[in-house]
Design a protein around this ligand. Structure first.
Ligand SMILES: [Fe+2]
Length: 277
């Protein structure tokens, strides 16, 4: 079981770096398509677009449609639940009548569970009692397989950066942590939101945060030659060893562009801009 995780693409159409954000996602999908062996699934852990707009989702959907593996998406604080639902409803895994973007994917050796941590009040995470019940119901719907859980906001304090806690209150994060540990079958938690790599734990469950795909929004120090190269994670599951996570740096433009030549339905020139390194 191989999962490619992408996150925080923040697709926008009218920011100065809009073309770069589109290019970052397109090149990342091209890089994932070239992985050998190929991933079984791609999970986007939220902040797909920057302003929750329908036209931004249309752009994101057009690029994600080029992925060879099935794509599963979560909502981030910059996403709009209704517009996200509408944009991805044809994929079949989002319940049309749900107030939350949470679901389980059952057709792999590892169950994938997507958690909704969006708050209507702030950019930080929320996890209300209703979502506790929904998560436990999703976890308990099957009792034999290991589970990988995906969240936008990380369920552990990230000590690097200006803000350690990415939930509105410590209690909200504690609720999520308790729910994740209740079955003993969750073997990994994969998150986004922080825009920099981090690793922690939820009890004994390993938990990681991946950097953002949008290179212009990435936090942390990177060498100059990596400034325009997106970074994503590949999680490989072994029944004995659990998940091993590889950090992938998206290839240089010529190789990736060759694979992703027809990825962009418009703004195509973004793929062929001269490298400004
Ligand atoms: Fe976020």
């Amino acid at each position: 079981m191989i999962i490619a995780q992408i996150s925080d693409t923040h697709i926008a159409l009218d920011t100065p770096d809009a073309d770069q954000r589109i290019r970052d996602l397109a090149l990342t999908i091209a890089d994932i398509n070239a992985l050998d062996p190929a991933p079984d699934a791609i999970v986007h852990t939220g902040d797909i677009v920057h302003n929750g707009r329908q036209d931004e989702y249309a752009q994101a959907v057009a690029i994600l449609a080029k992925a060879r593996a099935p794509v599963y998406v979560l909502g981030g604080n910059k996403d709009n639940r209704a517009n996200l639902h509408e944009a991805f409803s044809a994929c079949g895994y989002l319940a049309p009548d749900s107030d939350f973007i949470d679901y389980a994917v059952e057709n792999y050796p590892v169950r994938l569970i997507a958690v909704d941590t969006l708050s209507s009040a702030s950019n930080k995470g929320d996890f209300c009692l209703e979502r506790v019940r929904r998560l436990i119901d999703l976890i308990d719907a099957e009792t034999t397989k290991p589970i990988a859980v995906f969240t936008h906001h990380p369920p552990f304090e990230v000590a690097v950066g200006p803000d350690r806690l990415h939930f509105e209150t410590p209690e909200m994060m504690s609720r999520l942590r308790r729910a994740l540990q209740h079955s003993g079958r969750v073997v990994a938690v994969f998150s986004g939101h922080v825009h920099r790599a981090a690793a922690g734990h939820v009890g004994s469950i390993p938990a990681t945060v991946m950097p953002c795909i949008a290179t212009t929004l990435r936090k942390g120090e990177y060498p100059a030659q990596m400034k325009k190269r997106p970074v994503y994670h590949v999680h490989r599951f072994d029944p004995v060893w659990g998940f091993v996570t590889e950090t992938r740096i998206v290839g240089t433009a010529p190789a990736a562009a060759a694979t992703g030549d027809s990825i962009l339905p418009r703004r195509e020139a973004a793929l062929h801009q001269p490298d400004e390194r």
